[in-house]
Design a protein around this ligand. Structure first.
Ligand code: COA
Length: 333
């Protein structure tokens, strides 16, 4: 750890991990009343990966993190802070510390960050602040989710959308600063449109005191409202992040959106007048992996040689909260 000020930030490594089990749209049509045609037409999703009961979120997070650490050319001991963006931790008290121990990142503080499908973007901005103040030099950011644990497998309106996965990036102090601009937003008045909420049951303790206990209700979503929200609000934050950076749309090499739905990706790109070939999309294979989707798509594109060092990326996450945010950054040092 160095104590200096005015430090810039660079993303120097990425990695990802997916569970082995594949559930195709055809497989899903044996679970609920749906079809490959309906799902592919409305969402672009063809299959998703699902964790089996023996696979933990921390296992996926560690695997993704290890490959990001290798790409960055650092050691786990170099990491000052680990942020695990997730809405499906192994443990509600937090899973980041378990990841820290499994990685052997013994110097690192670690915490979970919950911002649903915006978690990676919120985490990226969060991580950057610790570096910019000079407090930390190296931060590991992981986005990991297993929403298969929390969907209602009888609800065809939601269970077809989600998949499990993890992605990670290493952020390091760097000159010049590669994080060019950002904008984060929340609107809790729309909270009801996408929830995974506690469902407490009364537990009578004494004649005067009743506690509340229970589990979580599976995911409930108003699909149309979420669709409208994403298509309207995401272009605004991308434009804001660009404005802050002094960049124009034409200078964006890649649009890297939360991989929720191909129709949402297409509509946002169209509104921003960004051509299809600049839009990163891998949701056909993974569905919506929540906080994992952006780093998973980033990792694939980097390893395919599509995204190259110096490329300018507009990344935006959006989802439950409701929350949404965008960052503009250049890949690599
Ligand atoms: N298979 C077959 N039919 C289905 C279905 C499925 N998996 N899910 C819903 N339907 C049916 C509905 O029951 C409805 O039938 P009805 O007209 O007989 O009542 C019909 O399809 C239309 O449903 P609707 O919910 O209006 O569809 P839609 O065009 O809005 O598409 C989504 C549904 C979920 C694909 C779309 O709203 C969407 O993409 N929303 C955003 C969701 C999202 O990305 N959330 C996560 C953000 S982080």
């Amino acid at each position: 750890m160095v104590q200096q000020s005015g430090t810039g930030v660079a993303l120097t490594g990425c990695g990802s991990a997916i569970p082995a089990q594949v559930l195709s749209n055809h497989d899903l049509s044996q679970v609920v009343d749906t079809s490959d045609e309906w799902i592919a037409d409305r969402t672009g999703i063809r299959q998703r990966r699902l964790a089996d009961p023996t696979t933990s979120l921390s296992q996926l997070a560690v695997t993704a993190a290890q490959s990001a650490i290798t790409m960055a050319g650092i050691q786990p001991i170099d990491i000052d802070l680990i942020i695990l963006a997730t809405s499906s931790p192994d443990d509600l008290f937090g899973t980041a510390a378990k990841v820290q121990a499994e990685l052997g990142a013994t110097r690192a503080a670690a915490f979970d960050l919950t911002a649903a499908c915006s978690g990676f973007v919120f985490g990226l901005v969060n991580a950057a602040q610790f570096i910019r103040t000079g407090a930390y030099e190296t931060v590991l950011l992981i986005g990991a989710d297993m929403l298969s644990r929390w969907v209602d497998w009888d609800d065809r309106r939601t269970c077809v959308l989600f998949g499990d996965g993890a992605g990670a990036v290493v952020l390091q102090a760097n000159e010049p600063d590669r994080l060019l601009g950002f904008e984060l937003r929340s609107d809790g008045s729309l909270n009801r449109s996408l929830t995974l909420s506690a469902q407490p049951q009364p537990k009578v303790l004494t004649a005067d005191v009743i506690a509340a206990q229970g589990s979580y209700q599976p995911i409930v979503m108003d699909g149309r409202e979420v669709y409208r929200f994403a298509v309207q609000r995401v272009p605004e934050v991308i434009e804001k992040a660009l404005h802050r950076a002094g960049y124009s749309i034409g200078q964006v090499d890649w649009l890297l959106l939360h991989q929720a739905n191909q129709r949402i990706l297409d509509a946002i790109a169209q509104r921003l007048k960004i051509p299809t070939e600049k839009v990163i999309s891998n949701l056909a294979n993974y569905g919506n992996t929540s906080a994992a989707s952006i780093p998973l798509a980033l990792d694939e594109a980097v390893r395919q040689g599509k995204i190259r060092p110096g490329d300018t990326i507009a990344a935006s996450g959006f989802g439950a909260g409701l929350s949404w945010g965008a960052t503009l950054f250049q890949w690599g040092r």
